[in-house]
Design a protein around this ligand. Structure first.
Ligand SMILES: Cc1cc2nc3c(=O)[nH]c(=O)nc-3n(C[C@H](O)[C@H](O)[C@H](O)COP(=O)(O)O)c2cc1C
Length: 147
């Protein structure tokens, strides 16, 4: 896959005091998105609601990360991970995500995710790790073409 949109290289920093919040149904379709999520991802709320959460999936993310996420949720455990997401304009933002079940009267009804910013060293570490993971699993390799 090739990208020649310069927006692809532009990072949106998540402000330290902000929390990006979303909830999904059990299939991963967005049921709630807070204002910060909309602002940072560049989508309007009604563009996010009802859509699969992979709407913000960045091609730099290895498949393994989300396999691990879903397996952890299926085991009724909380998943904490570093995620690079893609904005509507193809720019990106990094977060630490804490994903877990939402229970009503003891029954699992939804999933929720709370996301906070991470520092530069952590971004660098995970960019390299995810690049390596994708390479090892013969996943999409990124080439950015300048025209
Ligand atoms: C509560 C919750 C939040 C999620 N948040 C994200 C997210 O911010 N970015 C993302 O790429 N995937 C997120 N996912 C995982 C997606 O549902 C999906 O598995 C992932 O984007 C991989 O897409 P794919 O299964 O189409 O390959 C979330 C899942 C849940 C349950």
């Amino acid at each position: 896959m090739e990208y020649n949109e310069s927006e692809f290289l532009i990072e949106t920093e998540v402000p330290a005091e902000e929390l990006i919040i979303s909830r999904t149904d059990l299939q991963g379709n967005i049921t709630y998105a807070n204002e910060t999520f909309c602002e940072i991802s560049g989508y309007e709320q009604d563009e996010l609601l009802g859509k699969p959460h992979n709407i913000v999936r960045h091609p730099d993310m290895p498949r393994e990360a989300f396999r691990d996420l879903w397996q952890t949720l299926q085991e009724k455990k909380q998943w904490i991970g570093i995620v690079k997401n893609m904005r509507k304009d193809k720019g990106f933002y990094w977060v630490k995500a804490i994903v877990s079940g939402v229970y009503k009267k003891g029954e699992l009804v939804e999933y929720k995710s709370l996301r906070t910013p991470i520092d530069y060293e952590t971004k660098l570490h995970y960019q390299k790790l995810y690049d390596t993971m994708r390479k090892e699993n013969n996943e999409l390799q990124r080439t950015v073409v300048y025209k």
